[in-house]
Ligand binder design. Structure first.
Ligand code: CO
Length: 265
């Protein structure tokens, strides 16, 4: 290699990602200006109370949609927020979150309009991602008639996005890591949420599980496809709880109505 080859080319003098590094410097300066002790605190131990298992989709970032600072949520993301029982990446994250960080809540969060879930609905196969999505593909095949009965493609996708969240919460609940935590009496709560791209709101789909007994009492996921749960927006759930406390006859926990796809998409 000649000296000329080693010399930076004109185009590299300004690196292609310098705009990102510039943004990083500006961000760090802003943080320090607003809160001089910010990075000193960040350099200490992280003590997040939540583990987020979400989709890799660039539009659904846990800290942003939860409006949480760095350090407040431990995050694992993959295509279509799938919890494979043999995924060492997920299991290592889950184990560390439960055993070491002692998180209190594990949130599986899907989103409407998920491209990974949409792939499971189409007939195209051949990529590695199709192996990744196999549990969803199999579920869709098994319940093809129920999905085909939905009025339009959009509703079918919304329904599979929702049922995928429920399915993955159950899979997390079946891991030996969570079983062990529940057996020793740890306060560990699993949640199933879904995010609406078009309004930025999180919806509580359930199931919310806090014990082996609650997990084992769940009806079959095959039943769930025929009786979808109404996706209850977080803001609405708060309102329901407030009215219930005031004895004003709230509408229960928002479950049981046929609201598939009616909220969000
Ligand atoms: Co997605």
């Amino acid at each position: 290699m000649s000296a000329a080859d080693r010399a930076p080319r004109a185009a590299d003098a300004q690196g292609p990602l310098d705009h990102l590094l510039d943004r990083n410097v500006a961000w760090a300066q802003r943080r320090t200006r607003d809160d001089p002790g910010y990075f000193l605190r960040m350099a200490g131990l992280q003590r997040p109370r939540y583990l987020w298992i979400g989709c890799s989709d660039s539009r659904v970032t846990a800290n942003d949609v939860l409006d949480l600072d760095p350090g407040e949520v431990f995050v694992h993301r993959n295509i279509a927020n799938i919890a494979h029982g043999s995924d060492m990446n997920l299991l290592a994250v889950l184990e560390f979150a439960v055993e070491t960080l002692a998180v209190e809540h594990v949130i599986v969060c899907g989103h409407y309009g998920c491209g990974g879930v949409a792939r499971a609905l189409c007939s195209e196969r051949s990529a590695l991602v199709d192996h990744w999505l196999q549990p969803l593909v199999m579920f869709h095949h098994k319940h093809r008639a129920a999905f085909d009965a939905l009025p339009e493609e959009r509703a079918r996708l919304a329904r599979l996005c929702e049922i995928n969240v429920e399915m993955q919460v159950r899979r997390v609940a079946m891991t030996p890591i969570v079983e062990k935590a529940w057996r020793r009496g740890a306060a560990l709560h699993l949640h199933g949420w879904i995010y609406g791209m078009d309004d930025g709101l999180l919806r509580d789909l359930g199931p919310t599980l806090s014990s082996l007994a609650a997990r084992d009492a769940l009806e079959s996921i095959d039943e769930r496809v025929l009786r979808p749960r109404e996706a209850c927006a977080g803001v609405r759930r708060h309102a329901i709880a407030a009215f219930a406390g005031a004895g004003l006859g709230a509408a229960g926990d928002g479950t049981g109505s046929a609201g598939s796809g009616s909220i969000g998409k």
